[in-house]
Design a protein around this ligand. Structure first.
Ligand SMILES: Cc1cc2nc3c(=O)[nH]c(=O)nc-3n(C[C@H](O)[C@H](O)[C@H](O)COP(=O)(O)O)c2cc1C
Length: 229
């Protein structure tokens, strides 16, 4: 049987998408999927954390209006026909992250026309608008099929995770120190349990692809704690 080939394109700013993907990839490779993983690198490196409250507010404002962050060229190998392309990255102000938007602008038609795309989203908790926007951009690029996304939200309850993400981006390390906030916000990002789930999903996805399951029918049951928008 011919090996199934997946291209994984990803961007990760604060390592949350990356940590999940490392496990997803292990799961896929356990099922002997032939995987090519290419990361998006902004031309101007983005430092994490942003570092100050005013610059964090500015980045949130700019990304709300879909600011692009130009990326370095992708290797030629990406521009082939694949059994599936996984397009992974975080939510930024209800949108796909700026480097992913730049990828869609520059290479979208060449990369995605006629392909099956599985979006993979890491977010604080508000991913739907991101997904709708991404799906519409992929369709404009001529994608043959955009599968239901794999979504991982930060497990900490609101309002702590919103405040915690903001403080973390602003360089305040809310999960450290001895302050009362730490009781409600022990960790930035995804839990170990979610990272383990990513591996299981990788295995399940690998099996589904190998068994030629109708990809449009794939649904991923990632636990999503609270989700409103
Ligand atoms: C500028 C910016 C805006 C963000 N806006 C949102 C948002 O609208 N909704 C959300 O759920 N998370 C939002 N987040 C949080 C990230 O999506 C979340 O921390 C994600 O896990 C980061 O993944 P990464 O480390 O791979 O970049 C935002 C993060 C940044 C940096």
């Amino acid at each position: 049987m011919a090996k199934k080939r997946i291209l994984l394109l990803s961007y990760s700013y604060s390592h949350q998408t990356r940590n999940l993907l490392k496990e997803l990839v292990k799961g896929l490779e356990e099922e002997h999927i032939d995987l090519t993983w290419e990361r998006l690198f902004p031309v101007r490196e983005l430092r994490f954390p942003i570092g100050t409250i005013p610059s964090t507010v500015l980045m949130m404002f700019q990304t709300f209006f879909r600011k692009r962050y130009p990326i370095k060229p992708l290797p030629e190998i990406c521009f082939q026909q694949w059994d599936m392309i996984i397009l992974a990255g975080p939510t930024w102000s209800y949108n796909p992250a700026g480097p992913v938007l730049s990828l869609l602008d520059r290479d979208g038609k060449q990369l995605f026309a006629g392909q099956t795309i599985l979006p993979f989203i890491s977010c604080r908790g508000y991913w739907r608008v991101h997904f709708w926007g991404l799906r519409s951009l992929l369709k404009k690029c001529g994608a043959a099929c955009v599968v239901d996304p794999i979504v991982f939200s930060h497990p900490t309850p609101e309002p702590w995770r919103t405040v915690g993400v903001f403080l973390k981006l602003a360089g305040k390390m809310p999960e450290r120190g001895s302050g009362w906030f730490r009781r409600f916000y022990p960790k930035y990002g995804h839990s170990r349990q979610q990272i383990a789930t990513a591996r299981k999903l990788g295995k399940n996805l690998g099996r589904d692809i190998l068994s030629d399951k109708e990809l449009a029918q794939l649904h991923f049951e990632t636990p999503i704690p609270t989700e409103t928008v």
